[in-house]
Design a protein around this ligand. Structure first.
Ligand SMILES: CC(C)(COP(=O)(O)OP(=O)(O)OC[C@H]1O[C@@H](n2cnc3c(N)ncnc32)[C@H](O)[C@@H]1OP(=O)(O)O)[C@@H](O)C(=O)NCCC(=O)NCCS
Length: 195
């Protein structure tokens, strides 16, 4: 398979934030932005793969600033990494004030997609041609992010399987919760006294 340059599938989606996208506070629902991100990730990944793609996982969704009704949201998507059947699409989301053209960065997120054929079987995707230092950096960052995520997942799994209530309940101290066990566990309330 011939490598395909990153720029071949780079995709930009611009959407006007209309009043029906707003929450009761007058700001845009996070779910609207997530849906647009999924759409642009699909377009970008499918173009590179030459096949339908589905979303497998989403990393680093943290809305840094609220988006207002009337703003133009720009979503810029690039394939940052490809594996055998998977692609990681980096998406930068900005919101533009149409009156003064001020731009604010709302988030950068990473969607992992896999390519499938018409029967739903996974298909191999073409390699990626990296043509700039930024493209090389982004490809390497995906490798590093995956390694860190796998390490964090392993640690968390170990924590969950080694969970010992008596050792861990002090972590509740200073937290904004109260423990009032009911039913079969109510005899344990003494254990939590003072947390
Ligand atoms: C994702 C899915 C194909 C994985 O199936 P699987 O039998 O575990 O397949 P594999 O282990 O061979 O993984 C396939 C690829 O997905 C990647 N992958 C699987 N799970 C992943 C995860 N949680 N995060 C990132 N990548 C993942 C693998 O690394 C592999 O990549 P590669 O081929 O580039 O090496 C399967 O779980 C699926 O179809 N999920 C539903 C996806 C979907 O329909 N999304 C739409 C939302 S409704």
């Amino acid at each position: 398979m011939e490598p395909i340059p990153v720029k071949f599938s780079q995709t930009t989606l611009t959407e006007l934030m209309i009043p029906s996208y707003a929450n009761f506070g007058g700001k845009i629902h996070g779910g609207i932005l997530l849906s647009l991100m999924d759409k642009v990730a699909y377009a970008c990944a499918s173009k590179h793969a030459g096949a339908y793609c589905v979303t497998v996982s989403v990393d680093e969704v943290e809305f840094l600033q609220p988006v207002d009704v009337g703003e133009l949201v720009h979503l810029r998507a690039s394939v940052n990494h490809v594996g055998n059947t998977s692609l990681v699409v980096g998406i930068q989301v900005t919101a533009e004030n149409v009156k003064n053209h001020a731009i604010k960065h709302t988030n950068t997120s990473y969607f992992t997609m896999v390519a499938k054929d018409d029967d739903g079987s996974l298909v191999k995707v073409p390699p990626l041609r990296l043509e700039s230092m930024d493209e090389i950096r982004r490809f390497i960052e995906v490798i590093k992010r995956r390694k860190l995520k796998a390490e964090a997942n392993n640690k968390m799994q170990k924590e969950q399987s080694n969970f010992v209530m008596a050792e861990d309940f002090p972590l509740l101290r200073g937290q904004r919760c109260e423990t009032r066990l009911v039913g079969d566990d109510d005899h344990l309330n003494d254990l939590f006294a003072g947390t």
